[in-house]
Ligand binder design. Structure first.
Ligand code: FAD
Ligand code: NAG
Ligand code: NAG
Ligand code: NAG
Ligand code: NAG
Length: 601
């Protein structure tokens, strides 16, 4: 939604070529590798990969190589400035994936952003932070048959991964967050540092309305319901990511090599014929045509390539569903039918409201001078509109008890502390989807999402070529539940924006565009199918499960040795919250499981 700004180009060049900012131990070429054998090779320097690399190299005797397809994160202003994160999709730090045509979206395809840079998707995401409700983790324990995944057991990993820091403006936020439920880890988390006039109306309306809309002080206290301040991975007005929190601070460790601009093209079996495959060797390449190099792991290869890259690499290596592998001519090494299946994501729909007040951020996006001033304020003081992502407040809601969505199905939410839908309030026109910002007028956007979707999709190979994007099918709105839940979310947005406080304020919001026209539920369904995009929360393509699934409860790939998966693809079900928090928790627990397996404390 932020315009491509000419001002950014010279600034970016200035920062990118400042040698003082380039970290010491990032290797950019395969020639710089001094060894071909490490204890662990981590594929993907993303959210999980960064955290894991940090924890495993705490022990000086453990030698780790991280291989990242994308570039270094340092020096990209759109990554650092929270408000400008929305400008990252479709740039050099995005894999630029697109879905296959979605029947549930009236045949549309949509972009499928994934981070292509150190820090992975935590370097390009919209920063909202949740650790997930207690229910989410207790359900994981049940599915995996391992009580080590229940909330009581993973709480220590949550506390190790993040910490609450003051908002950028340092104001008193007592009652708007609960410091008691936060930890002392490296990822910085804060409430908005640039409060806007709508925040107050939203929080007061929540207190007035109560019930499903009740005010919630802190979404990281175990229950994720009601309306409150968003907490985001922001510290001192800047993005806190896997790269900035976990990886950059340990670049100087001599037992860690981080190699960027390098693709892993497959995993190699080193076991004797007819023995259980040992997948402890990887093939690396810097471009489609350059020479391929092999690197071995004495202990394990760890796949942290994310929800698209991980199943793609398993399939390229012959680990997957035999029928799917045969389609692209890859012989099956290990029959694991669920590789690339169970893809779940949160669909998102932008509902726009026109407002009377001109205090929204709309003018900043239209006026180059105002944009430059606001960016200047960020650069000189780390203050102002750009210290936050575009959303300051949000809410999660359970469907009303008698909702028709529940007809014939079991409630898909993890439990009573989890919602079915989400609303994110944005103090301006947030472009999520095909409707562009009007040239005039002021807006509040209410982004609605289904957070307990029942649709499931797939990631499959399109070709044997590791550089060909896989076929990504999130299968949005394949179920009536998902349509009915989103329909309820639109009703909730309309109800909430009509409260007396809103209507007596200077804003006086009125529905705008599609949401105004879609008066019947049948029209709402068409609005949903025509306009929805996604929140970019895909999970599940290498699902953890006691029976079936792809990995066991210690995240080891079933049917092989020497290979683990540590990223969002192992999630057995999609959490009813944003996903980066749970990814850090998974990485922290995985680090402990690995240390225990090899006695590395
Ligand atoms: C646009 C966007 C907005 C989002 N907003 C939010 C939000 O507000 N809040 C939230 O909680 N979550 C959000 N998310 C989701 C969240 O960021 C992800 O769930 C999480 O970061 C995933 O972590 P991961 O470790 O599984 O994968 P990633 O962080 O994506 O890491 C995978 C890494 O592997 C690398 N890789 C892949 N294949 C290869 C290969 N073959 N060789 C070498 N390297 C490879 C990739 O380049 C990448 O760096 C958002 C995501 C996106 C994309
Ligand atoms: C994504 O597309 C943009 C715009 O075409 C391009 O500049 C960028 O290099 C692409 N990203 C990758 C990883 O190829
Ligand atoms: C916003 O409205 C106020 C009051 O009507 C006016 O004084 C001010 O100039 C307006 N600001 C902009 C940027 O239009
Ligand atoms: C809403 O309906 C009006 C009247 O039929 C039409 O002119 C307008 O284009 C519609 N807007 C949208 C966004 O569909
Ligand atoms: C949805 O899209 C179809 C096809 O483009 C169009 O005919 C229809 O009017 C749209 N409906 C709504 C409610 O936007």
């Amino acid at each position: 939604m932020a315009p491509k700004h000419t001002l950014l180009t010279p600034l970016l060049a200035l920062i990118a070529f400042n040698p003082l900012l380039s970290p010491a131990k990032v290797l950019t070429s395969l020639d710089q590798l001094t060894q071909k054998t490490y204890d662990f090779v981590i594929i993907g320097g993303g959210t999980a990969g960064s955290a894991l690399a940090n924890r495993l190299t705490e022990n000086k005797n453990v030698c780790v190589l991280v291989v990242e397809a994308g570039d270094n994160n340092v020096g990209n202003l759109n990554i650092e400035v929270p408000f400008l994160g929305v400008a990252l999709p479709g740039t050099s730090v995005d894999w630029n994936f697109t879905t296959v045509p979605q029947p549930g979206l009236n045949g549309r395809t949509i972009p499928y952003t994934r981070g292509f840079v150190l820090g992975g998707s935590s370097s390009v995401n919209l920063l909202t932070y949740h650790r997930g409700s207690d229910d989410v983790w207790d359900r994981w324990a049940q599915i995996s048959g391992d009580s080590g995944w229940n909330w009581k057991s993973v709480e220590k990993y949550y506390l190790k991964s993040s910490r609450l820091v003051p908002p950028a403006d340092g104001r008193n936020v007592a009652g708007l967050e609960n410091p008691k439920v936060h930890g002392n880890g490296p990822v910085e988390v804060s409430v908005p540092g640039f409060p806007v006039a709508t925040d107050d109306i939203i929080l007061k309306s929540a207190k007035q309305l109560g019930g499903r809309f009740a005010f919630h002080e802190d979404f990281n206290d175990g229950t994720v319901l009601g309306i409150g301040y968003m907490q985001s991975t922001i510290g001192e007005g800047q993005r806190s990511s896997g790269a900035t929190a976990y990886l950059n601070p340990v670049f100087s460790r001599s037992n860690l090599d981080v190699l960027v601009n390098t693709h892993v093209t497959k995993l190699i079996n080193t076991a004797a014929a007819k023995k259980t495959p040992i997948m402890n060797k990887v093939e690396l390449v810097q471009s489609r045509t350059s020479p391929r190099v092999q690197v071995s792991a004495k202990k394990e290869v760890i796949l942290s390539a994310g929800v698209i890259g991980t199943p793609q690499l398993l399939q390229l290596s012959g680990i997957g569903n035999p029928a799917d592998l045969a389609t692209v001519g890859i012989p099956t090494l290990v029959n694991l039918p669920e590789v690339g299946y169970n893809l779940a994501d949160h669909p998102l729909l932008a509902n726009y409201f026109q407002v009377q007040s001109n205090s929204t951020f709309d003018d900043i996006l239209r006026d180059n001078n105002l944009f430059g001033q606001t960016l200047g304020e960020w650069q000189t003081e780390k203050q102002g509109q750009f210290v936050d992502s575009p959303g300051n407040t949000l809410g999660f809601f359970r469907l009303p008890p008698g909702s028709p969505a529940f007809k014939g199905i079991q409630d898909p939410a993890a439990g009573p502390k989890s919602g079915h839908t989400e609303l994110i309030f944005v103090d301006g026109f947030a472009q999520f989807g095909s409707v562009t910002q009007p040239t005039q007028g002021h807006f509040v956007s209410v982004l609605s999402a289904v957070v307990s979707p029942t649709s499931r999709g797939t990631v499959k190979l399109a070709s044997q070529d590791p550089f060909t994007a896989p076929l990504i099918n999130p299968n949005f709105f394949a179920t009536q539940f998902d349509i009915q839940a989103m329909t309820q979310a639109i009703h909730d947005a309309l109800t909430f924006m009509a409260t007396p406080l809103w209507q007596s304020s200077s804003f006086k919001p009125t529905p705008f565009g599609d949401v105004a026209n879609a008066t019947t539920d049948a029209q709402k369904e068409q609005f949903i199918r025509n306009r929805s995009v996604n929140v970019n929360h895909p999970v599940g393509t290498a699902r953890m499960s006691k029976s079936g699934g792809v990995v066991d409860s210690s995240l080891r790939v079933k049917g092989v040795q020497g290979l683990r998966v540590v990223d969002a693809s192992i999630f057995p079900v999609i959490p009813e919250s944003h996903t980066q928090g749970p990814v850090y928790i998974v990485a922290e627990r995985a680090a402990d499981l690995i240390k225990a397996a090899y006695n590395l404390y």
